[in-house]
Design a binder for this molecule. Sequence first.
Ligand SMILES: Cc1ncc(C[n+]2csc(CCOP(=O)(O)OP(=O)(O)O)c2C)c(N)n1
Length: 809
Amino acid sequence: MTAVSEHQVSPRDDELVRALAAPDDTEIAQLDAWWRANNYLTIGQIYLRGNPLLREPLTPEHIKPRLLGHWGTSPGLSLIYAHVSRLIRRTGQQAIYLAGPGHGGPALVAAGYLEGTYSEIYPQVSQDEPGMLRLFRQFSSPGGIPSHVSVTTPGSIHEGGELGYVLVHAFGAVMDNPDLLAIAVVGDGEAETGPLEGSWKGISFINPERDGAVLPILHLNGAKIAGPTVLARKDPAEVRSLLGGHGYEVIEVEGGDLPGMHYRFAAALAEAWGRIREIQRAARSGEWNGERPHWPLIVLRSPKGWTGPDKVDGIQVTGTWRSHQVPLSGVRENPEHLAILERWLRSYRPEELFDAVGTPAATVRDLAPEGDLRLSASPHANGGRLTRDLDIPDFRDYAIDVPRPAGQRAESTRKLGELMRDIYTRNPDRFRLFCPDETNSNRLGAVFEVSDRGFMERVTPEDVKISRDGRVMEVLSEHNCHGWLEGYTLTGRHGMFATYEAFAMVSASQTVQHGKWLQEAKHLPWRSQVPSFNVLLTSTAWRNDHNGFSHQGPGLIQVVLTQRGDVARVYLPPDANTLLSVADHCFRSRSYINLIVIDKQPQVQYLSMDEAVAHCARGAGIWDWAGTDDGTSDPDIVLACAGDVVTMETVAAAQILRQRLPGLRVRVVNVVDLMTLVRQKDHPHGMSQTMFTELFTDTVDVVFSFHGYPGAIHQLVHGRPDADRFRVRGFIEQGTTTTPFDMTVRNKVSRYDLVLDAINNSKRLPRGATELKAWCEAQLARHEAYVVEHMEDMPEVRDWTLGDQAQQG
Ligand SMILES: Cc1ncc(C[n+]2csc(CCOP(=O)(O)OP(=O)(O)O)c2C)c(N)n1
């Protein structure tokens, strides 16, 4: 069967839908056999370390010492998988499968095994008895595979460990992916999470002309770990109106009877697929009125732990929360439980499902689609295979002319907006910006010159740059933005998530989880590298003076720093040209979390494009023009900085020292790539010890002004020579609604504080130091009075630049 291709609208769809809706006896037998085989392999993975085909009676020696895994969700996941496989086989539909309850890992691993993909990737896990034993033994075992639908699982782009993200990943995967159908199974427990609740809105952003489709399947198996779920206990009419209110056409399937459920689920899936094809056909053949379609959604009510032991020790298990993990415990010690397990395994009639050598029997194998159409083999779920490089214009063409350092101000992120505008134009099918309603606010609005915001709900004449054709993704949900970009990049496309710095913490957990995914993927040669996850943090702590304390939080840097060096990258470009250089690098990179932090307000510009490129290539460097260090011997003090506002304060502090204490040898070091501070053995970007010494010396005290929390720098320079000499200033949670300069004063990184720090920590103090300290303290006092009186900063700091003095040294 060939794949359904873009714009192909087959007149046979109606016919196909009818056939799909009414499986014949052979198909029912195939579906059931596949399902039984998958359930058998799921239980085998949870329990068995020997006797995989039950060729002999089960004994305690055949049972794993630690019983780990989740049974409850697995039979439902497998039933859906079987039916989707049949659909693919009959229609050629390209599809991926995302299991929201990713703890049903053994079911998805088993499916890949039955489809043969698993053995293709991991030949030692062969489709025979020894291979099956390996499959069982490796699951949740040391040296084996994790228990969830993790990176090691072929066909997965969604681990489902941290619940709540299945729909956001699915929607991201289908954007600009017109041929793809993403089957997204939502757990009813998962549906209680904030991110999942917010993610039903995905259909308000999916354009059937150029995007693929998501088919959510709400798996109402009634229970979570230890109790009932909200949606399962609601009146079904309420569930229908909730989902209908989001714009879905709800199709319901309920029961635990067999083969009745096969017939009913097949009919439901056929109806859903037919509806999706009809929506796409209309949209792609010009028959669409442009209104947001009512996409289908299946509500599947089936018993948790379906087909498992009904009661154990007289207590109901199937259909309850008790089946969530391992429904039978103490199997090695409890002969009765051992007997129940054996009966349970034999109830699937393994002798019919696997041949004499343990290979899946023809009835089972025949259900699976072929080649890349297998859910476990879809190239969409190994997105690096489909990734095409971005066509990026020369970032140098967007340079700001910087004739002398710190002589002018500009909004740096505007330049990035211009670069992204042209990336949009050159890559109409593989680049998107995701932003929680702040594209303009973040000065990235140039993208609107070439693309609207994508939006499928009603558009009114007052709306600006909003249409169904738009591809700038704005939804006021960091979870949605983050998750969509994850789905988009994991399926091989490129993008950026731009957000207010403080609210990046809303989705910080997603950053962590995605970082884990990328880290693990690096160890699997069969997983192709995907475009990096680029995060732009703008509207930063230092310049959220107008919004106040709630908007002042540089926490995400801390989060990314703790991730492993093979994925974590943090950049703090101080100006436009360094931002452009960093962004170009990030857009070209693969499989990293790239965190770029720069504010959107007009800010001092330091480097010409050539200087910026060289500076970014090194990651950190001495700014001779800012200091008084002649390079012939160690300076008296090093003023280091990372981050735009603190860099300005540092350069201003160095200027004060140059003018008022000219005998003090001051070196200014700026760090763009934060990870260069780390030892080489701890991070691939770590600078050599020689370079570290060249910048920071081995003995001179360093006053380091950092954009984020000061502890981060201590963490990064740990192990460098005499790391205690680093005096770090940074954000110390002193914030409010105030003036920009007052933010630096409150957090003790103002130029006056830095001069005081320099004097207090310098090895040698030229004459005049005491007077200068007094002057700085007077300036700080003056500032305090001035801002209260005038409600704005003192003119000398408000409009500060080095002006013409930049080159005077
Ligand atoms: C965000 C998050 N919170 C808590 C958990 C712990 N947890 C794992 S499974 C589970 C219950 C899931 O219930 P449901 O989504 O209905 O899945 P199913 O019943 O199909 O297993 C919970 C709470 C988690 N994995 N993620």
